[in-house]
Design a protein around this ligand. Structure first.
Ligand SMILES: Cc1cc2nc3c(=O)[nH]c(=O)nc-3n(C[C@H](O)[C@H](O)[C@H](O)COP(=O)(O)OP(=O)(O)OC[C@H]3O[C@@H](n4cnc5c(N)ncnc54)[C@H](O)[C@@H]3O)c2cc1C
Length: 374
């Protein structure tokens, strides 16, 4: 059964695919988003919601700059999405901490921040705060915290509301969002464009396709001649009961969501396609939270979950045009929440190849073939 034809088909309706769809719709394209099944791995539904700059791209200047631009673009982007969708994203960008219990690790991170600053100049600043100074500013910080870094540009949003708002905005802008629409095969059509075969015998055709299928990207990428392969990395998270008191800080591992619960996360595990939560990691997360802020010891954890990050071979975003099939694009990244404002605006210019398109050469997938050859 044919389910229509579009100018641009976006494959994958997570935060990346929806952001790209948002930008292309704003540019006047006719867009269909084909999203897979509820049982798929979906980083966009299990992430930590940070809009985060510190530490990003310390050793890769284009990523430091791209992330800096994204963080700067967030307020305007949030305003646009909120206006179109009517959903409040709970964006707060009033600065965030990285806490350390160990001085050598803090020193290493400080060195990374110095490298990041050489890339960003006066667009980035940070402070290193000793444990004692932290405790003077926030008396609830535990004695085990050796120090922290602080970046005034860091922040967070409600990631589930971001996803819902993007879905609403894509529909409101005239996009078509089809769920339970797993694409199995993509072929270049004889007269130009692409024929897509979907699970359940359905088909769709499109003049251009953008692969944004998260961990589902690999098999589709190969069909279009892309060399990018992605791998999963598991993160686990806890959330506590809602607290009436506000946590006095935001950190990369502990944050209070706008609804009141405290979310604790930041773990990384190579566990293949297994997104289950584990007791040992849950205990480790709880211990970390109580070390940083001992008052959390009395707070009940109400839910724990695991989710899989989508990582390219070097962990940086990939923005690639198919060398074999003009009109086919691949977009994948970690930190898709942080980068959403650029995916939803200037990336459309790159896909449309307009004169004001950003230079994304540094993020092309040829870096993988070049490094393989080296
Ligand atoms: C634990 C954790 C914490 C994180 N914390 C942060 C954070 O604080 N800040 C931040 O910026 N980022 C964070 N991230 C990263 C962020 O969540 C991801 O970068 C982002 O969600 C990736 O979005 P995506 O759309 O590429 O992938 P996904 O959300 O995985 O979506 C992919 C979509 O593609 C669909 N799909 C797959 N295969 C097919 C197919 N064949 N046909 C059609 N559809 C298909 C799936 O159904 C799915 O809906 C975190 C991630 C994790 C796991």
């Amino acid at each position: 059964m044919a389910i229509g034809r579009s100018e641009v088909a976006i494959i994958g309706g997570g935060v990346v695919g929806l952001s790209v769809a948002f930008g292309l719709l704003q540019a006047g394209r006719r867009v269909t988003v084909l999203d897979g099944a509820d049982g798929d791995f979906r980083a966009s539904q299990g992430n930590f919601g940070l809009v985060w700059l510190q530490g990003k791209g310390a050793d890769f200047a284009p990523y430091a700059e791209w992330t800096g631009d994204a963080v700067a673009a967030w307020p305007r982007f949030a305003e646009m999405v909120e206006q179109i969708s009517g959903i409040n994203l709970a964006l707060a960008q009033s600065g965030g901490f990285e806490f350390f219990t160990n001085v050598p690790e803090l020193e290493d991170f400080k060195a990374a921040l110095e490298r990041q600053q050489t890339h960003l100049g006066n667009r980035f600043s940070y402070e290193i705060v000793s444990g004692d100074d932290l405790r003077r500013s926030f008396p609830g910080i535990g004695p085990g915290v050796a120090g922290a870094s602080f970046c005034a540009r860091d922040g967070h949003v409600n990631p589930l509301r971001l996803l819902r708002a993007l879905r609403g905005a894509v529909s409101a802008l005239g996009g078509r969002l089809i769920t339970d629409a797993r694409v199995n095969e993509i072929k270049a059509a004889k007269g130009g464009g692409f024929d897509l075969s979907l699970q359940g015998g359905k088909s769709h055709s499109a003049e251009r396709v953008v692969l944004c299928a998260g961990l589902g990207i690999t098999s589709l990428a190969a069909q279009l001649g892309f060399v990018t392969r992605v791998r999963p990395q598991r993160g686990e998270l806890l959330i506590t009961e809602k607290l009436a008191d506000r946590l006095p800080f935001l950190s990369s591992t502990i944050r209070q969501v706008d609804e009141g619960g405290v979310q604790i996360g930041g773990t990384k595990a190579e566990a293949g396609l297994d997104d289950s939560e584990t007791l040992g990691v849950m205990a480790e997360l709880a211990r970390h939270a109580v070390t940083v802020f001992p008052a959390l010891a009395d707070v009940r954890v109400v839910r724990a979950w695991g989710a899989l990050r989508v990582l390219s071979p070097d962990g940086f975003p990939v923005y690639a045009r198919s060398p074999r099939h003009p009109g086919a694009f691949l977009v994948t990244c970690h930190s898709g929440v942080t980068l959403a404002p650029l995916h939803a605006t200037t990336l459309a210019n790159w896909i449309d190849d307009t004169s004001n398109a950003p230079d994304l050469e540094a993020f092309d997938e040829n870096r993988f073939t070049l490094s393989d050859a080296a």
